[in-house]
Design a protein around this ligand. Sequence first.
Ligand code: AMP
Length: 187
Amino acid sequence: MNLILFGPPGAGKGTQARYLVEKLNSFQVSTGDMLRNEIQNNTEIGKSIINDMNDGKFVNDEIVNKLIDKAISDPLKKNKLIFDGYPRSIKQAQNLDLLLSNSNQKINFIFFLNVNKETIIKRIEKRKVLENRTDDDLDIILKRYDKYMETTNPVLDFYSKNPNFYEIDGSLKIEQITAKIEGFLNV
Ligand code: AMP
């Protein structure tokens, strides 16, 4: 079973993904984490994306798609993928469909964690203290939110017709969101 955790920055996608990985014996596919790793390891990719990431801009599709392709084509991860932070545009959603169908896979569940802007700002300001992410400064958070509304939110049109699309109130407590997801997954 492959699933997508969808929602604005600060919706709790990563938190739920990390839990579900253990519970379902799956693999988290977080493009944000993969890109941060590249920066931490000071790779060529890392050096080429650091400015965009710190600035809250999207990293270019070619780089992100390569990372996604690697995860999807890994036989160990087949049908055990939990996407978090991808897709972030209609184009990425189409690319994901194509890569999955090429490897005889599909998305089985889409969970949209819906949270309003005020809650996001409060949460990310807390995360800034805990994780010290350079893209969690208030001005960058606002930029990332606007980019989400402009480019990522329209992806909902792409998925909301899917019978396994579920919208969840992302302002609920972590355990409450987890319980809802588990209820839909029937696990
Ligand atoms: P995240 O950890 O998902 O909040 O992502 C952190 C940052 O990584 C984003 O603000 C973008 O700069 C970059 N990023 C992560 N996922 C993607 C993606 N699917 N497409 C483009 N850029 C991405």
